[in-house]
Design a protein. Structure first.
Length: 535
């Protein structure tokens, strides 16, 4: 009944649940019973995915505590209690459903007005943990003061670590009074806590007493220490040590563009006749929908093409100006980086001929991303030159010995690549997601020729913008930061990062000041370049 009442007040409905209250499994002669747990799921449409904020609070923002618990500070079942091997007596609860609903409504209005710049819930670790996590993510310092509360029972620990319902929101200092007024008008308590600072010093008070003063980077190192201990069990130890040691010096990615990212002209999108591109996928491929979307928004007629259809003759590549080999795990990559896909092409007479014929036409281009990049290297499409198999560059296991899924930074250098025209000198963020992305040159002479011919157009860079082999800036250990290869004629481009997953600004986890000015995502320029080349 309580759950039903709560759902009516907040205006949501539960779609379904997984009843795990009575799960047990026999292990040898012993029966292992799972803890009693019931998971219930609800979901809702999201009309505008850009109207969201993340926990990272940049320096110079005002921090406000939205106190849905209305002054209650119960420590039962908290992380703090667990640290001291205790359970506690009183546990947090939702005592006022109406206030929860009002707080949600006001927060949504402030998000629609784009007044809030960052936000984080308080109910996992308490208010101190919340503001510290926001500072860690924003690479900022803190100067905050928590209200001591009424009565002696509201000590510093309760003010800092009670996991009650609440939010910490960040906004520009000039908007702080208006944000407080908006919550107050709805009857929701909202108190000013202080601000984030450019200096990385953390100063926390409860009432008039200073309870914490330290360097943010020292606190962040302590916070991350347990995660790094777990990483040591799954990653190459030198890579873990490099990332852990370098955390203090991180300044964050700074983007730079040599061009203005613009949407595709409406006439190109509405054209009756568009160049066709085949979005090729094999068993185990993913990312093909994103690839289709990127080419579509650049003015192509994008076709979803299974390799099996090309092999059977159901689809001919003769009708296409471009092919895109997508990422994923072809044949589950049980043979390693696209070897199964390459074998399927090489040892199938019809497929081998179809791809050779396509490549030999001078009016065609190709793009390979991630798994597709590995394939293009194995087939010899990049860097070109009809190399012997034993000299052909290829992509092998990451130095870290684990699958890397990161937001990395790359710089686009000079090259003949038609898809990168006008982008030289740009430094951009991009998604990486691969376990075998390290560019390996069996023959040093081939590597020297690639570098001399500007056939390695994309390099991983560090926070200063310099090409690097240092982990984690370079997620796979590629020499000279090489993230992709192209052919001497510029028609064929293969890269490990995923530009098709971040061609729109809302796909970027961090935009920064530069990104706030963009009309569209800069990676769309790659696909627009291909269309212009076809024209």
């Amino acid at each position: 009944m309580s759950l039903t009442d709560a759902l009516k007040v907040v205006g949501v409905a539960i779609d379904g649940g997984k009843d795990s209250l009575s799960m047990a499994a026999a292990v040898g002669e012993e029966v292992v019973k799972a803890p009693g747990m019931l998971t219930l799921t609800c979901y809702v449409t999201c009309p505008d995915v850009t109207l969201t904020v993340t926990p990272d609070a940049a320096p110079g923002l005002a921090l406000l505590l939205v106190d849905i618990a209305d002054g209650r500070r119960r420590l039962g079942a908290s992380a703090l209690a667990q640290v001291y091997n205790q359970l506690g007596d009183d546990v947090p609860d939702c005592d006022d459903l109406e206030m929860l609903a009002k707080a949600f409504d006001v927060t949504q209005k402030l998000l629609r007005a784009r007044t809030l710049k960052a936000g984080h819930d308080v109910s996992d670790g308490g208010a101190l943990t919340t503001v510290l996590e926001m500072a860690f993510a924003g690479n900022a310092g803190l100067d905050v003061s928590f209200p001591a509360g009424a009565g002696a029972h509201q000590g510093p620990l309760k003010a800092l670590f009670a996991e009650e319902l609440g939010l910490v929101v960040a906004c520009a200092p000039a908007d702080a009074a208006a944000v407080q007024a908006a919550y107050a008008a709805a009857g929701v308590p909202c108190a000013a806590l202080g601000s984030t600072t450019a200096a990385t010093r953390v100063r926390v008070r409860v009432g008039d007493a200073v309870v914490l003063e330290a360097e943010m980077t020292d606190l962040r190192d302590a916070w991350e220490a347990t995660s790094f201990e777990l990483e040591k069990r799954t990653r190459a130890l030198p890579c873990v040590a490099a990332e852990q040691a370098g955390l203090k010096a991180r300044s964050g990615i700074t983007y730079a563009l040599s061009f203005a990212p613009l949407p595709t002209p409406p006439l190109a999108l509405a054209a009756a006749s568009k160049p066709k591109v085949a979005i090729l996928r094999q068993e185990g491929t993913n990312g093909d929908r994103e690839m289709c979307s990127a080419f579509h928004l650049a003015g192509f007629e994008a076709w979803d093409v299974a390799v099996a259809d090309v092999a059977s003759g159901a689809v001919s590549l003769d009708a296409f100006r471009g092919v895109a080999f997508c990422g994923g795990f072809s044949f589950a990559d049980v043979f390693g980086s696209a070897k199964g896909w390459c074998g399927a092409v090489r040892f199938n007479e019809a497929l081998s001929k179809a791809f050779k014929d396509f490549k030999s036409r001078e009016d065609t281009f190709s793009l390979g991303v991630c798994n597709g990049c590995q394939l293009m290297a194995l087939m010899g499409w990049v860097p070109g030159g009809e190399l012997a198999a034993e000299k052909q560059p290829r992509f092998i296991e990451n130095t870290s010995r684990k699958f890397e899924s990161r937001w990395s930074a790359v710089e686009i250098g000079p090259s003949p690549a038609v898809m990168l025209r006008g982008m030289q000198g740009s430094r951009l963020g991009v998604w990486v997601a691969h376990g075998e992305g390290r560019c390996h040159f069996p023959d040093p002479a081939v590597k020297a020729a690639v570098l001399a011919g500007d056939l390695a157009p994309i390099r991983y860079v560090d926070d200063s913008g310099a090409a690097t082999e240092e982990y984690p800036f370079n997620p796979n250990g590629s020499p000279d930061g090489i993230a992709g290869l192209c052919s001497p004629d510029g028609r064929h481009l293969a890269l490990m990062p995923h530009p098709e997953r971040c061609f729109a600004p809302w796909q970027w986890p961090y935009l920064g000041e530069e990104g706030a000015k963009w009309e569209t995502g800069p990676w769309l320029r790659m696909f627009q370049n291909a269309r212009e080349w076809c024209a």
